[in-house]
Ligand binder design. Structure first.
Ligand code: FPP
Ligand code: MG
Length: 324
């Protein structure tokens, strides 16, 4: 998915190009070793979805981004990057964005402290944007941590509830996409009703984004994922498709016999095949569709018609590579 193309708003691409050097400039310390760590994932690229959401919410493509708009976009991307530094330590990941992950390249200790450093830089930028943005970013960080802890606590629990799943992804993913839109709407000086509408849109967008990611973990090929399919199953993270498959009398018994413990390669493939063939995929795709509808509804609170259309198209685009 090319997110900028889906949004199809003037001046956004230019705004994103301005974000790139600002990301680097805001994390360099002058210490060449630390700089190689703090810029590692920035250099690896990425979709820059959160900056795009912030800039779209701020400008709607109607004007050039201001310095505050750009710094809001930088702040949310730095939180995202920091969360990946920490997530890769938790997951013992070796690859991220097609390059060696920070933990694998520099070790866990450096990855954690460098992640903290990115958070500190983000907090300083947020403070420069005012107390409302600073408080918002701090609350969002807390939600990310709560979501991540909910996920870690649920590991290998075949009795995990769908509510627990929704709670975890609301925190770990939707909180930051929601805040990205809200910060953009605030730096863009939008009226309160539009700020709230864009915040709701960002929440729904994040929910679709994560549910899609969790479906693709089961249905996509290793080539498409750049990692083996069924990674979440192997790590004991039972997402929506798996929870539905566990509850289905057709697939549940065989799946329960496999899950609840770490999986070897043959068991992982078997579990993945069971979930892929189960009702769980269709239910999860429908859940994603429901959030796209909610995202579309939220955009009706935005006055700029092109922004409404672009945001709806961006959320809809997330469904395009899902089965069914
Ligand atoms: C990637 O998701 C990870 C997240 C969306 C959030 C991780 C959050 C924390 C580690 C909490 C601490 C946060 C901060 C800001 C320090 P994923 O594991 O589903 O996807 P992946 O396959 O890309 O790893
Ligand atoms: Mg992960």
């Amino acid at each position: 998915m090319n997110a900028s193309e889906a949004l199809d708003l003037p001046l956004l691409e230019e705004g994103l190009l301005c974000v790139e050097p600002l990301l680097n400039a805001n994390v360099v310390t002058g210490d060449s070793f630390l700089d190689s760590v703090t810029t590692h994932l920035i250099a690896a690229g990425g979709k820059r979805l959160r900056p795009l959401l912030a800039l779209a919410a701020a400008t709607g493509g109607e004007r050039e981004a201001t310095h505050d708009d750009l710094m809001g976009a930088v702040a949310v991307e730095l939180v995202h990057l920091a969360s990946l530094y920490h997530d890769d330590v938790l997951d013992e990941a070796t690859i991220r964005r097609n390059v060696e992950s920070v933990n694998s390249r520099f070790g866990n200790l450096v990855a954690i402290v460098a992640g903290d450093y990115l958070l500190a830089r983000s907090a300083a930028i947020a403070a420069s944007l005012g107390t409302e943005v600073a408080a918002l970013l701090a609350e969002t960080l807390a939600k990310l941590c709560q979501g991540q802890v909910a996920e870690v606590r649920s590991a290998f629990q075949i009795t995990r509830s769908r509510e627990d799943y929704i709670r975890a992804i609301t925190g770990k993913t939707a909180a930051l996409t929601s805040t990205s839109c809200r910060i953009g709407a605030l730096t863009g000086g939008r009226p309160t009703a539009e700020v709230d509408a864009l915040t709701e849109y960002g929440h729904c967008f994040g929910m679709v984004f994560q549910i899609r990611d969790d479906i693709l973990d089961i249905t996509a090929t290793a080539g498409e994922l750049l990692k083996p399919a069924g990674q979440d199953l192997a790590e004991g993270i039972y997402n929506l498709p798996t929870l539905v498959a566990l509850a289905d009398p057709d697939s549940g018994p065989d799946l329960r016999a496999l899950l609840g413990q770490p999986l070897g390669q043959p068991e992982r493939e078997k579990a993945c095949a069971i979930v892929a063939a189960s009702s769980g995929i269709g239910v999860a795709v429908n859940e994603a569709r429901t959030y796209v509808e909610r995202a579309r509804d939220a955009t009706s609170g935005v006055s700029n018609h092109a922004l409404q259309e672009g945001l709806t198209q961006l959320a809809t685009e997330l469904l395009s590579d899902l089965p069914g």
